[in-house]
Design a protein around this ligand. Structure first.
Ligand SMILES: Cc1ncc(C[n+]2csc(CCOP(=O)(O)OP(=O)(O)O)c2C)c(N)n1
Ligand SMILES: [Mg+2]
Length: 806
């Protein structure tokens, strides 16, 4: 195997491939920006310097160190290097490289869902891919503790290739602390320590801070500072003086000299070290080009040093490699403080091409100019461990749902809250001896008990690599919670950081593809704090992770908690977040149907084409968001028919159907249903028909409507069928044109205001549009006009208005 026979030929091979990866990544960006037609004139972009900085690190890893079971998050702006390497492996097409950053082309930042060259972990929002690796490792441990791990799949290392400025992101530190608590293993972070970010050169002394932080969390710190040629020079007479000069050189000056080249290095070194005997002679022995090469030979660009460092690790302790690099290494952009988005000129790229031995017109040739026989290179690539085996994207058979009846232990209560019902449903599932129960893994950022997961945890225990008994139980101190940790446990208790919650849900929600084992992750948190983890939630959805996030309390319904604990925008987040089916049920029986459906939805992987009835792309599956409340609500006494269950999943149904003379519809999502029903009673009656539309998912009704609109538009364009009708249109088709709709939600009124656009009904959109107060629910609902009186008042405007307009 490569890596085990590290002789000169092997190094020469790697060096050739490194040069090729450097060239192809730079050319890919040049081609996209300067050769491919670009009618709009809008910058295409791409990061030549950030790619160059990482080339040797990625060469050492991909062509030697990595094993098929390892999983890698590549620094987003090194995507071109990743695509180039996959191209050399024969796993990326030339067409995709030519279309880099174009429609259907290789993606700007590595993407699991959009790229076709086997991206392990998407990146783009800096810091998230880094932390994701830690949670992927925890998920790997979880699976192995259950003895599910596939016998053909050894334990992998979860590896992040990290830009040094990514360490500015707070989520990195949140994850370090969580990792320490969880006994993190098998995690490598390789920091591309080029001491430049986007805007410029970083502060002096950063290395010491970084190293100290990692050591504080019990990580091994491996510093790869000097290349082999530098180390050889340090061994020459006077070499120690040169090393001391390098160590003392400020980051900005080193970068500037890198940019200026050999003559500038000589002038500066002579100023500082001239007439000093051995070291002056050491410098004088080298011509300008050799001197520049020596000073550029930092550890992160030296394959030998990198391989030594990586192969030096033979245990599972989390390890950070701080690899000193130069941003733009090997290109004329090297070291310039503005090089982040800088690109080579035509003349510069041609000069680089010539230096690479690549002929004009042969820029994409994978093996041109390497001085090694193509057959030898191909044979080498075929033997590279990472390149052996089939697709790295694994799969796992779906776990069967158990039906809403089996999970619906809550529906017998006359009055209950959706959050109480959630706890009972989870408890009911926990009692079953089913694969579904076994594959669920729950997690919560220090709000397990207050989000009602206590019953589940009591039955299914907490996860930890080693048993930890519940001391309170042992001491016979009464407590409703049994907190027993064991490798069999199925709840991962997190610290408060919501970013970590969504990163873990993302990693666990990809267990089937990363590790070939199905997990059904359920995470609970406080609804307003979705915003705290929002980018990680978006990131999990972007990666197509499958999970269920259950958030309470909705809106101002936990009225006593006040503005900081009340959520307003969350229903709009639920609607606008791609890949997330969002529900806000009012009743417990709806919740049972939704949860049962949700576990199946989390496992579907079909086509994204809209269903002909719901107009939702449900065959493709996705993640699920449930917005619940702690407020008790009177429950309807009814049988759950298949038709009702379908409507609940589609997004809405008539709680009180419109009659032909209907003047007002009250459309309500979630916990304000109590007020909606009461308002209908106030204004309806013998004389006037008031209908009540129970919306379980504005998200899905809205998405179905847009999809039907699109289908009609396409039909019109093609002069084909235009008869697509979405569920919300079928519902509102029953409402007379002159009727008005009052929409009600404990959340932002825009969530339902669009209902007026469907058939042109007038709308009064009620909801919460300012920070909440403390008070009782009655106080607050009256304050926002979503109490029964407020709803009735809004409805009266319609009935009077109609008469006036006669
Ligand atoms: C969350 C987030 N904020 C900002 C950006 C824009 N951005 C992309 S790269 C970058 C600088 C990264 O510097 P570093 O990590 O040191 O990478 P280098 O290019 O130096 O290797 C910034 C600010 C981003 N991608 N994500
Ligand atoms: Mg940097």
């Amino acid at each position: 195997m490569a890596g085990e026979t590290r002789d000169d030929t092997h190094l020469a091979m790697l060096d050739a491939l490194s040069r090729k990866a450097l060239w192809l990544s730079n050319w890919m960006i040049h081609h996209a920006n300067h050769i491919r037609p670009n009618a709009s004139g809008v910058k295409v972009g791409g990061h030549q310097s950030s790619s160059a900085s990482m080339t040797a690190i990625m060469t050492a890893l991909y062509f030697d160190v990595l094993r098929p079971e390892d999983r890698v998050a590549v620094k987003p702006h090194a995507a071109p290097v990743f695509h180039a390497i996959q191209y050399l492996f024969g796993r990326q097409t030339l067409d995709k490289l030519k279309a880099f950053r174009g429609l259907g082309g290789a993606q700007s930042y590595p993407s699991r869902t959009k790229d076709t060259d086997d991206v392990d972990i998407s990146t783009g929002s800096v810091g998230l891919g880094v932390a994701f690796t830690a949670f992927a490792s925890i998920v790997q441990d979880y699976i192995r503790a259950k003895s599910w791990a596939r016998p053909d799949m050894p334990e992998g290392r979860m590896i992040a290739l990290v830009g040094d400025a990514e360490l500015d992101e707070g989520n990195v530190y949140e994850c370090l602390l969580e990792g320490w608590k969880q006994g993190l293993r098998n995690t490598w972070w390789v920091i591309d320590y080029n001491r430049q970010s986007l805007d410029g050169v970083v502060r002096e002394g950063l290395y010491d801070r970084i190293a100290a932080i990692f050591k504080a969390f019990d990580w091994r710190v491996v510093t790869i500072k000097y290349g082999a040629r530098q180390r050889a020079a340090f061994a020459e007479p006077g070499g120690e003086r040169l090393r001391a000069w390098i160590d003392a050189c400020p980051n900005g000056l080193y970068s500037a000299l890198m940019y200026q080249g050999g003559a500038a290095w000589r002038a500066r070194l002579q100023d500082d070290l001239g007439d000093q005997g051995d070291v002056s002679a050491l410098i004088a022995r080298r011509d300008d080009a050799e001197l520049a090469d020596l000073m550029a030979n930092l550890g992160g660009h030296c394959l030998e040093s990198l391989l030594d460092a990586f192969h030096g690790i033979d245990d599972d302790r989390p390890t950070v490699f701080i690899a000193y690099t130069v941003k733009g290494w090997g290109t004329p952009l090297a070291g310039h403080k503005d090089n982040h988005s800088g690109q080579m000129t035509e003349a510069q790229i041609h000069a680089l091409r010539d230096a690479m031995g690549v002929r004009a017109g042969h820029e994409w040739a994978p093996f041109e100019g390497l001085g090694i026989d193509e057959a030898v290179l191909r044979a080498f690539l075929d033997r590279v461990p990472f390149n052996t085996g089939a697709s790295r994207r694994l799969s796992a058979a779906p776990v069967a749902a158990i039906g809403p009846q089996a999970v619906g232990g809550a529906s017998t209560q006359a009055t209950t809250s959706t959050q109480t019902a959630f706890g009972r449903i989870m408890d009911a599932i926990a009692k079953t001896d089913t694969d579904l129960a076994r594959r669920i893994v729950t997690t919560s950022p220090d709000v397990t008990v207050s989000t009602n997961l206590g019953g589940w945890v009591n039955r299914r225990a907490l996860f930890a690599a080693d048993e930890i008994a519940d001391i309170f139980q042992r001491q016979r101190i009464p407590s409703a919670q049994k907190w027993h940790f064991s490798p069999q446990g199925q709840h991962i208790e997190l610290g408060i950081a919501e970013m970590n919650l969504f990163l873990l849900l993302g990693a666990a929600g990809l267990a089937h593809e990363l590790f070939g084992e199905r997990l059904l992750p359920v995470g609970t948190l406080y609804d307003p704090f979705i915003s705290r983890g929002l980018d990680a939630l978006n990131y999990a959805c972007y990666q197509d992770a499958r999970f269920m996030v259950v958030a309470t309390p909705s809106g101002v319904s936990l009225a006593g908690e006040g503005g900081a604990h009340q959520s307003i925008a969350q229903p709009l987040i639920g609607m606008s977040q791609d890949g997330l089916a969002s529900f806000e049920p009012a009743f417990a029986d709806e919740l049972a149907v939704i949860i049962d459906w949700g576990f199946s939805h989390m496992q579907r992987t079909g086509a994204k084409t809209p269903d002909p009835v719901s107009f939702l792309p449900d065959a493709a599956g996705g993640a699920v968001y449930l917005r619940l409340s702690t407020r008790p609500v009177d429950q309807p006494r009814r049988a759950m028919t298949p038709a009702l269950a379908d409507a609940i999943i589609t997004g809405g149904y008539w709680l009180k159907a419109p009659e032909p003379g209907c003047e007002v519809v009250i459309a309500c999502q979630g916990v304000a249903m109590t007020e909606a029903v009461a308002a209908a009673g106030l204004i309806g009656g013998a004389r006037r028909n008031v209908a009540v539309l129970a919306v379980t998912s504005a998200d899905r009704l809205h998405a179905g409507w847009l999809a039907a609109e699109k289908a009609r538009a396409e039909g019109a364009r093609a002069e084909g069928a235009m008869d697509a009708v979405s569920p919300v249109e079928r519902l509102l088709d029953q409402v007379p044109d002159h009727a008005g709709i009052v929409t009600v939600i404990d959340g932002h009124p825009a969530t339902l205001a669009w209902l007026g656009g469907v058939n042109g009904h007038r709308v009064a959109a009620l909801g919460v549009d300012h920070f909440g107060q403390t008070g009782t629910v009655e106080d607050l609902y009256a304050h926002y006009g979503i109490d029964a009186q407020g709803i009735a008042a809004a409805a009266r405007r319609f009935t009077r208005g109609r008469r006036r307009r006669g």
